[in-house]
Design a protein around this ligand. Structure first.
Ligand SMILES: CC(C)(COP(=O)(O)OP(=O)(O)OC[C@H]1O[C@@H](n2cnc3c(N)ncnc32)[C@H](O)[C@@H]1OP(=O)(O)O)[C@@H](O)C(=O)NCCC(=O)NCCSC(=O)c1cc(O)c2ccccc2c1O
Length: 149
C-alpha cells in the first residue's frame, strides 16, 4: 500500500554568492541585504510564472505589492564568498495578501546549514493618480500560479 504524504507547500529557490559590497565593516553580510534577497526571491518566483510585479491600466490605476510586514531572524553569519540558498514558501494566501516564509541556508562543504529565516507579507493594492493606495484581492492568475489548490 502506498504512503499518503501531506502536500508540500508551493516554494521557489534562488542561489546566490555573498558579494564584497554586501558585507559590512565587520565582514558580515549586512542585515538589510537579507531583506533585499527575500524580495529578489519573491520577484524571481513571479517572473518564473510570467507574472508582473506592477501593472498600469488605461484608467490610470497602478497595481503592485507593497510590503505590510517583514521580519528576519539571524542565526549564523554570512561572509563574502559564501554560497547561499534562499527558499521562499507561500505560508498563507489571504484575501488581499501573500505571506512568504524564507529559509536562508549556507553551503558548508556540500551541506546546507540554516543561517537565517524570515517572513514577509505583501498586500495587493491599486494606487490612483494621487498616490492613494487601497488593498485589492490577490489576482486569480497569481493565486493559481503560487497557491494551486
Ligand atoms: C498596503 C496598505 C495600503 C494596506 O492598507 P490597510 O493596512 O489599511 O489594509 P487592510 O487593513 O485592509 O489590510 C490589508 C491586509 O493586510 C493584512 N495585515 C494587516 N496588518 C498586518 C500585519 N501586521 N502583518 C501581516 N498582515 C497584516 C490584513 O489582514 C489584510 O490581509 P487580507 O489578506 O486578510 O485582506 C497600507 O497598509 C500601506 O500603505 N502600508 C504601507 C506600505 C509600505 O509603504 N510598505 C513599505 C515599502 S513597499 C516596497 O518596498 C515594495 C516592494 C516591492 O517589491 C514592490 C513590488 C511591486 C510593487 C510595489 C512594491 C513595493 O512598494
Amino acid at each position: 500500500m502506498g504512503t499518503v504524504r501531506p502536500m508540500e507547500p508551493p516554494s521557489f529557490t534562488i542561489t546566490r554568492r555573498v558579494e564584497f559590497h554586501e558585507t559590512d565593516a565587520a565582514g558580515l553580510m549586512h542585515f538589510s541585504n537579507f531583506y533585499r534577497w527575500m524580495e529578489v526571491c519573491e520577484h524571481e518566483w513571479f517572473r518564473a510564472h510570467g507574472l508582473p510585479m506592477m501593472t498600469a491600466s488605461p484608467d490610470g490605476l497602478n497595481r503592485g505589492w507593497p510590503r505590510r510586514d517583514s521580519t528576519c531572524t539571524h542565526l549564523r553569519p554570512l561572509r563574502c564568498g559564501d554560497v547561499v540558498r534562499v527558499r521562499a514558501t507561500l505560508a498563507e494566501c489571504g484575501e488581499n495578501t501573500l505571506t512568504f516564509a524564507f529559509l536562508f541556508e549556507k553551503d558548508r562543504a556540500g551541506r546546507w546549514t540554516e543561517v537565517a529565516h524570515g517572513r514577509m507579507t505583501t498586500v495587493h493594492v491599486r494606487q490612483d493618480s494621487s498616490g492613494r493606495m487601497e488593498a485589492e484581492p490577490v489576482p486569480a492568475a497569481v493565486r493559481a500560479a503560487l497557491a494551486p489548490a
